[in-house]
Design a protein around this ligand. Sequence first.
Ligand SMILES: Nc1ccn([C@H]2C[C@H](O)[C@@H](COP(=O)(O)OP(=O)(O)OP(=O)(O)O)O2)c(=O)n1
Length: 140
Amino acid sequence: MTGVSDGESVSLDLLKMKMAEFAKERDWDRFHSPRNLLLALVRFCPLKWVKWENYRRYFSGKERYPRDYLIGKRGEGAPWEELSDVLLYLVRLSDICGIDLGKAAMRKVELNAIKYPVGMCKGSSKKHNNNSNSNNGTEK
Ligand SMILES: Nc1ccn([C@H]2C[C@H](O)[C@@H](COP(=O)(O)OP(=O)(O)OP(=O)(O)O)O2)c(=O)n1
């Protein structure tokens, strides 16, 4: 259905192209301004997170979902749909702004490694500014 076979990966470039085609066919380029796309990401996507409440038991480790449901082989409105919307809007926003998202993210990975050297951070989730009350966002 996706045209991508099992085991084949999907590049950001392919998603970028698909989103560009999707918008062009519908004459939606004019709606995909940086402002609108950013609003879709910061306003609309968090609203969608409300849907994640449905999966609270899964995230708290209390419930398991069938793998096919999680990765999009079945189940409308499942986690894969919500995550995909975030990625698609982000890919589209980056494209419209002329940001090469893949390269930018690779650069950010490099900067993160400099900011959080293994020698200083191994086993500790403290944020780089050394604030003892903060962490790197992965723990609450
Ligand atoms: N102006 C728009 C509207 C939608 N989309 C695309 C990007 C998202 O992947 C998806 C979002 O569509 P919906 O707003 O209909 O959201 P859902 O598909 O999640 O439906 P719902 O919110 O009703 O559950 O469609 C887009 O590119 N540009």
